[in-house]
Design a protein around this ligand. Structure first.
Ligand code: B12
Ligand code: SF4
Ligand code: SF4
Length: 307
């Protein structure tokens, strides 16, 4: 293996990350794969277009033209805890959950390592927008669960993915087949427990237009078909991950989180604008990576507490 790849992967491993490298020659296959799902209607095109515009999800199926010499795609996974956040309403303290993956402090640590490798070995990295679960599975880093979430040995689904193009020379790679974990063959816990029916029998792809996360990550009012008792997190949803036996060892990977006093909780409850919040409160939200999503918290908190 090229010394630079070995060094890069060594730095990432020492930093607590897991990584995989694949050649950019797979880009066209990633694009075709997605296109086929859209053409077959398994992925609803109108709904998908809505996701694309909401998340600015314009895939980099071509490597960046202004960076010649790009040879590889580097996928980096960081272990991330779920967070338990105490909030107090009318004198009653309860804890709300933020699922793993929303905390983003590992992004900076990861980028610092890449920047160090850039300076030391003359490598270049540029962040890529690519289907990360699919890449993680096909590169052998992760496996799909029936719930469409990716799992990594030793971390379950408690991780966050980031993808980079690089000029690091790509070793011959293995392009794994798209396959669910063996554990799913004799299990359908996630399908049975998903409150919205997003995980269906007879098709692998979830119906993302039924997934609670899509609605509580978005600004619109919740549609009427969503029962308010289904909400279980301040943002996102943990049901299909909590029930999963592949996560059994990791369910106690919980960060104590930042506690909000009753006064602070009421600021969220009343929708006090972000720029009017006390500095301490904004810092707490920053640590939870909830600044960009702050506008959603009023509605999400009320539905969780009021049911
Ligand atoms: C859009 C998006 C969403 C949308 C739509 C999700 C969806 N399933 O399409 C919504 C808002 C609903 C969502 C929800 C969540 N998301 Co999201 N999401 C994304 C985002 C930005 C793009 C995903 C995407 O559109 N991929 C394209 C689709 C079509 O790819 P795919 O789902 O992997 O599908 C492939 C397979 O189905 C495969 N395939 C086709 N046929 C078959 C057949 C078989 C048998 C197999 C095995 C495979 C297979 O081909 C498809 C691709 O062509 C990614 C970040 C990124 N850049 O990838 C995060 C990302 C996937 N999300 C993530 C997370 C954590 C979540 C939530 C768990 C958040 C939460 N706790 O609430 C939920 C999970 C919902 C679920 N059960 O999947 C993480 C996943 C981490 C992990 N461990 O897997 C990501 C990678 C973000 C990150 N950087 O960490 N998400
Ligand atoms: S709950 Fe069962 S079927 Fe669903 S992803 Fe986990 S192991 Fe697979
Ligand atoms: S995240 Fe929640 S709503 Fe979405 S598929 Fe999983 S259990 Fe269903």
């Amino acid at each position: 293996m090229d010394k630079k790849i070995k060094a890069l992967q060594g730095h990432l491993t020492n930093g607590g990350f897991k990584s995989a490298i694949v050649s950019i020659r797979h880009l066209s296959e990633l694009r075709d794969n997605l296109e086929q799902l859209l053409e077959s209607g398994l992925l609803n095109r109108d709904f998908y277009d809505e996701i694309v515009s909401r998340l600015d999800l314009y895939w980099d199926f071509e490597p960046p033209a202004d960076l010649p010499g790009i040879q590889s795609i580097i996928l980096v996974a960081a272990p991330v805890l779920k967070v338990r956040v105490p909030v107090t309403v009318s004198g009653k303290t309860s804890c709300v959950i933020i699922p793993p993956n929303y905390l983003n402090s590992t992004d900076k640590e990861m980028k610092d390592i890449l920047s160090h490798c850039s300076q030391r070995y003359g490598l270049r990295f540029v962040e890529a927008i690519l289907p990360e679960k699919l890449l993680a599975v096909r590169s052998g880093l992760a496996r799909y669960g029936r719930n469409n979430i990716a799992y990594i040995d030793g971390w379950g689904s408690y991780f966050r993915l980031r993808t980079f193009f690089s000029d690091v020379p790509c070793p011959p790679d293995h392009w794994w087949e798209m396959k669910m974990m063996d554990l799913c063959d004799s299990c359908s816990g996630c399908r049975k427990m998903c409150p919205t029916g997003a995980i269906s029998e007879g098709r692998f792809l979830i119906r993302c237009e039924r997934c609670l996360t899509f609605y509580n990550e978005g600004p619109e009012d919740f549609p009427e078909w969503i029962d308010s008792a289904w909400h279980n997190c301040l943002i996102g949803c943990m049901i299909c991950q909590d029930i999963c036996p592949a996560n059994r060892k990791f369910t106690d990977w919980i960060d104590g989180g930042e506690a909000f006093t009753e006064e602070e909780t009421m600021m969220i409850w009343d929708g006090i604008p972000l720029d009017k919040l006390p500095r301490v409160m904004a810092e707490k939200l920053g640590k939870l990576n909830m600044i960009d999503d702050y506008g959603l918290l009023r509605r999400n908190l009320r539905v969780l507490i009021n049911g």
